[in-house]
Design a protein. Sequence first.
Length: 203
Amino acid sequence: MASHGTPRRSGGDTPPAARGLPRAELSSPGAASPVPDVVASGLSVLFCGINPSLMSAATGHHFARPGNRFWPVLHLAGFTPRQLRPAEQDELLAYGLGITNLVARATARADELSAAELLDGGRLLAEKAQRLRPRRLAVVGVTAYRTAFGEKKARIGPQERRIGGTRVWVLPNPSGLNAHWTAQTMAEEYALLREAVTEDPSR
């Protein structure tokens, strides 16, 4: 997948204020800077995590927590020719891929977020998608998606919802805490998205 537009990482590089902070401080609202988005206009897929882990807040890298399966699953699904490390996240842009988050606040667990935070995150994500116009917006976490967009019956897979010309897809949360899915079964769902993008290059 080719890169589109001008790469942008909002918020700068690794947030130095997050380095070395105690766990309690990192999990407090406003304690750490948001993990920078890895985005460009016209991406093939913009992946959207729920919110940064404490490890991601400390390093400035998405899906950085040990045990998170995003990077191996992305490779197993055929999105990347090799497994990237979190520190190599900017290389995604060369494949037409990007990453953002529903909520900027870092927590130890996604279930520490309030419904209000997720709803606000859904609104901001829709605005971001309208601005960047990715072909697909892939939210990784069906429970968070249901709350953020008020769709209580949403299931894993393609959604009827569109944001402008962007088609919305929901994928399994790659967190190691999501024991219902293995890396292989997740990769199968992620591969369906890759195949859909490949088969429909126009949008």
